[in-house]
Design a protein. Structure first.
Length: 404
């Protein structure tokens, strides 16, 4: 998801202008950067009880480590995009990823709540900086007819982080301590810095006139419905996902958090594959089905999820519904935005992180007022307007077919 309009292929210094080979190795480096940004944000979801005990605060307070990260991104993604528009891309990316290495290291070694929250905010700022250039960076590596493929590869880090990274981090945290999981993120980031320096081409910044205009984009038909669905869908997902370890502990399955997340992750990978194969022909249908699957999983968890088998079944339904959502919403925003696609994507990134921040806050409030059993009911309630808007936006926003 990019906040800068980089729609033409460019040649990096020292490279063949013909550029006949697809830069897969460099794109994998960008995908790894996306993976780190996404996993750093959501890693506490599977580690809340352990983090809470070490920091000496409640689990609802620990859940705000997700909120403060998202808040850092919300406050900085668009401003940093404008402020750094003229910077060369490679030094900017290296700066952003160094921020993650520092923030995750501080999180791993901190034994106090306040320094941990500061580190998480810094990580969110680094994410705001990274999101300002990653998707557009991928576009600039390839000719126009390959840009969609390049972006898809770079953005694959999002679902991989949610589907496999969090379960793996939860397992590592349970086996070796939650601090080890964050130190592992630092080690991966250090390797990525070397990878970027060696394999990713550099590009110049942009002229000031190329910055996206956000407010006029809201008047483009279809953009507002897509942004509404993004905000509410991600909010619903985050309320449960950010507190999944606490929710499962309330059902007597706290020790199975990694396995439940693994079931969710495997189902999400299947969803990603199905969505990728069918999105240009069935965007509308896929979005409706995804919404219904998440709602069905929430209903199951809210009513009859006292059997471990049903909990795993709910995780599978949830994963099948959620896995393709980032791809569906990014595509819908780009299609609805048309010539203003970059501005639509910038707002989608911001609202996505607003929803992540709000999900941590709302989940914490619900946990304190009504207990963890209220989470699936909240998800179900929020999914109802999502389904209504997707169904209603049949002409603009969520059409049957995309232009891709």
């Amino acid at each position: 998801m990019s906040t800068t309009p980089e729609s033409t292929v460019e040649t990096a210094a020292g490279e063949d202008p013909a550029g006949p080979r697809f830069p897969l190795f460099a794109l994998f480096a960008l995908a790894t950067a996306v993976f780190i940004t996404s996993l750093t944000e959501t890693l506490p979801a599977g580690l809340l009880p352990a983090m809470s005990g070490s920091l000496g605060v409640s689990e609802s307070a620990t859940g705000q480590t997700v909120t403060i990260y998202a808040l850092g991104t919300v406050l900085t993604a668009i401003p940093l995009s404008g402020a750094t528009a003229g910077w060369r891309r490679k030094p900017l990316l290296l700066t952003a990823m160094t921020g993650f290495a520092v923030a995750n290291t501080v999180t791993a070694v901190s034994s106090e709540y306040f320094p941990t929250m500061v580190a998480r905010f810094v990580a969110g700022v680094a994410a705001g900086l990274a999101w300002a250039l990653l998707a557009g960076y991928a576009r600039r590596m390839v000719p126009a007819h390959l840009q969609g493929r390049a972006i898809a590869i770079a953005m694959a880090g999002i679902p991989v982080a949610l589907c496999l990274g969090v379960p793996a981090g939860t397992f590592l945290g349970q086996a070796a301590g939650w601090r080890t999981a964050f130190l592992a993120m630092t080690a991966l980031t250090a390797l990525l810095l070397v990878w970027i320096a060696a394999a990713v081409p550099d590009f110049p910044g942009h002229r000031s006139g190329e910055r996206p205009k956000l407010l006029p984009t809201l008047r483009v038909p279809g953009v507002v419905p897509v942004l509404f669905v993004t905000l509410v869908f991600v909010l619903a997902h985050t309320i449960l996902y950010a507190y999944i370890a606490t929710f499962l502990a309330g059902l007597g399955m706290g020790g199975s958090t990694d396995l439940v997340l693994l079931a969710f992750g495997i189902a999400s990978i299947a969803s990603i594959w199905l969505v990728g194969a069918q999105i240009h022909r069935r965007l509308r249908l896929l979005t409706i089905v995804s919404s219904l699957l998440v709602a069905a999983a929430a209903l199951l968890l809210a009513t009859i999820a006292h059997d471990p088998v049903l909990i795993y079944a709910s995780a599978v339904l949830w994963g099948l519904g959620w896995g393709g959502v980032p791809t569906l919403l990014q595509t819908a925003a780009g299609e609805a935005g048309g010539e203003s696609a970059d501005a639509a994507q910038a707002m989608l990134v911001t609202l996505w992180n607003v929803a992540m921040a709000a999900g941590g806050v709302v989940g914490g409030v619900l946990l304190g007022l009504a207990g963890s059993g209220s989470f699936p009911w909240a998800v179900l309630l929020l999914m109802l307007p999502v389904i209504v808007v997707v169904v209603a936006a049949r002409r603009h926003g969520f059409p049957a077919e995309t232009q891709g």
